[in-house]
Ligand binder design. Sequence first.
Ligand SMILES: CC(C)(COP(=O)(O)OP(=O)(O)OC[C@H]1O[C@@H](n2cnc3c(N)ncnc32)[C@H](O)[C@@H]1OP(=O)(O)O)[C@@H](O)C(=O)NCCC(=O)NCCS
Length: 177
Amino acid sequence: MIEIESFTTPSPKSAFFAELRDLLFTSFESNFTEEDWEHGLGGTHICLRKSGKLISHAAVMPRRLYIEDQVVNSAYLENVATRPDHQHQGFGSKLLQVSSDLIFNQFELGALSSSKKALYRNFGWQDWKGPSFVIHDGHWIRSASEDCGIMVLKTRADISWNSSSRIACEDRSGDAW
Ligand SMILES: CC(C)(COP(=O)(O)OP(=O)(O)OC[C@H]1O[C@@H](n2cnc3c(N)ncnc32)[C@H](O)[C@@H]1OP(=O)(O)O)[C@@H](O)C(=O)NCCC(=O)NCCS
């Protein structure tokens, strides 16, 4: 039986932490760091279980982004993964639909950074076309190597933006974007 549940990050002592770590480190293989793990804690976890086992996961993380001088209350999508032995069966897509709907209804903008952009396009995500920056000590530092991976999701919020504008996130340990 397939079940999808969503909840905010529980106590580190919960059994969920161990099963999520196993899912993420297995799915991303050597590309997953402790910093990546930290980036996906403190928001909303969307989890797909099959017969009780955690198969697929996405984290919707509240994050302040900047489009030119506009502060945008965004959701940053992190740690999207499906167990290798369950990929290409539509589980990731199911989670992306739920995650995208949540972001559409509750935030001003969705954003993510990925090399697997085709998957996200199916759910309304679009490429950011403008230059990206990371804000460090109040200064906007150009992050040109990130430009090609950034995608955004328009939401029901009544804000306007131009995807050719400058976009920035605040710096953090590990990958800023
Ligand atoms: C990216 C990832 C989360 C996708 O999860 P998934 O559960 O395989 O996703 P889906 O099955 O919904 O879709 C994957 C592909 O299978 C296809 N697919 C879906 N159902 C299918 C089916 N029944 N039969 C055949 N193909 C199918 C989809 O169209 C999609 O094709 P595309 O990649 O060409 O767009 C997964 O590959 C993964 O965990 N990768 C490693 C971690 C990673 O890179 N995460 C993304 C970080 S941004």
